[in-house]
Design a binder for this molecule. Structure first.
Ligand SMILES: [Ca+2]
Ligand SMILES: [Ca+2]
Length: 189
């Protein structure tokens, strides 16, 4: 049975889903307002961090323009430009057995494309979630619904995988920022 997480909660994937090798990370959202008068495009990006909290190289930022990490563990399955539909809008797969041993944390961030010029932010969204499932069985392991109302944030860290004592864990984060993808690149580079 899937475990629902509250903001800040953590689970040990090695314990809760011991057979999990290739994890599907589904991220979803729906657009609330129709008054933005144009396209509303959210993008999932993945930062793979070493012990220093930095990406080992720029290729360890996996997003719509760099769909696979150098160790081939993380694959971005494609860009949704509308967020239409109930299910996962953008999906990333993480093969936990292939993650470079130097990588200790994998951060999942969602940013709004051209948020500033389009005057868009997270308060125009609803039904945001991140979930983890086993790609072999499609069985969901855990899910975090970001049910709080966001304000003017234009970027949200949905969650993170991290390694502790050799075991992969997941934390539901839900932290919003008034910034874009570049500020995460600056922070993690
Ligand atoms: Ca997108
Ligand atoms: Ca959607």
């Amino acid at each position: 049975m899937s475990i629902n997480l509250e903001k800040g909660a953590r689970i040990n994937l090695s314990k809760e889903a011991p057979g999990l090798k290739n994890a599907g990370i589904g991220l979803g959202w729906d657009i609330n307002a129709t008054d933005t008068g144009g396209a509303f495009d959210l993008d999932a990006s993945v930062f793979m961090l070493g012990a220093t909290g930095k990406i080992p190289s720029e290729k360890y930022l996996v997003f719509y323009n760099n769909k696979q990490s150098p160790d081939t563990s993380v694959i971005h399955l494609g860009d949704s430009t509308t967020g239409e539909g109930d299910g996962d809008d953008e999906t990333v797969t993480v093969d936990l057995t292939k993650v470079d041993p130097a990588v200790e944390e994998i951060v999942f961030v969602v940013t709004i494309h051209e948020a500033e010029s389009r005057r868009q932010n997270f308060c125009q969204l609803r039904n945001a979630f991140i979930r983890i499932y086993d790609t072999t069985t499609d069985i969901e392991v855990t899910r975090y619904d970001l049910d709080e109302d966001f304000g003017k944030e234009t970027a949200v860290e949905f969650g993170r995988l991290y390694k502790k004592d050799g075991e992969w864990r997941f934390q539901a984060v839900g932290q919003g920022y008034n910034s874009g993808l570049q500020s995460f690149v600056d922070k993690y580079s």
